[in-house]
Design a binder for this molecule. Structure first.
Ligand SMILES: [Zn+2]
Length: 177
C-alpha cells in the first residue's frame, strides 16, 4: 500500500509568504498529480505558537512563519484539498523544532492504520522538513520515495540541496527525478 506525505505546502513557504522557498509554488502541480495516483495522503503543517523558539525574535534562525491559525499557516489554496485524507500539525510547542512530520504527531499511526509500507514524499523545504520527514520514515522501516519534482530547497548555504540528496540516498531513500 502506497501513501503520500505532503510536507508543509503552506502559504508562508510559497511566493508572497513569510519564509518563501525559492520556486516553492512549483511543487503544487506535481503534488496534485501524485495525490490523484496514490490512495492515501497525509499533509503536514508547520504550526507554531507566536513565540516559537525558531523565530528570530527568540534567537532562532527564521522569521516569524506558520503561526497557528494565521493565513500564512494554511495549506496553499491550489492544493487539491479533497485528496487530502488527514492533516497533522508539528512544531506546536514553543520548544518543538517540528522539522519532521513524525515529531510528536499521529503520522506514523495514520500510515500504519492504512497498511502503508511505501511512503512517497514531496513538499517544502527539501533541506529541512522534507529531509527530516523522509529520514524518519526510513528509520521507521518504510520504503521511502522522494519525488524530486515535487520538492524545492531553501539552500541557506550553497550546496545544501546536493548534500541533502546525498544524505537521503545514503539512508536508503529512493529519489525519483
Ligand atoms: Zn517552522
Amino acid at each position: 500500500m502506497d501513501g503520500l506525505i505532503v510536507v508543509d505546502v503552506q502559504n508562508d513557504f510559497c511566493s508572497g509568504g513569510a519564509l518563501p522557498v525559492p520556486d516553492g509554488d512549483a511543487v503544487i502541480t506535481p503534488i496534485n498529480r501524485l495525490m490523484g495516483q496514490i490512495p492515501f495522503t497525509v499533509a503536514t503543517r508547520d504550526w507554531h505558537p507566536p513565540d516559537h523558539r525558531s523565530f528570530a525574535a527568540q534567537g532562532g534562525p527564521w522569521p516569524v512563519h506558520c503561526v497557528q491559525g494565521s493565513a500564512g499557516a494554511q495549506l496553499h489554496p491550489e492544493l487539491h484539498a479533497r485528496e487530502i485524507d488527514a492533516v497533522v500539525d508539528v512544531g506546536q510547542g514553543r520548544d518543538d523544532e517540528g522539522y519532521s512530520g513524525f515529531e510528536g504527531s499521529e503520522l506514523e499511526r495514520l500510515l500504519r492504520e492504512q497498511n502503508v509500507d511505501t511512503v512517497h514524499v514531496g513538499g517544502l523545504a527539501l533541506d529541512y522538513c522534507v529531509r527530516a520527514t523522509a529520514l524518519d520514515a526510513a528509520r521507521l522501516g518504510f520504503r521511502v520515495i522522494l519525488h524530486r519534482d515535487a520538492t524545492r530547497a531553501i539552500e541557506a548555504r550553497p550546496g545544501d540541496e546536493e548534500r541533502t540528496l546525498q544524505e537521503l540516498r545514503q539512508a536508503g531513500v529512493e529519489i525519483l527525478a
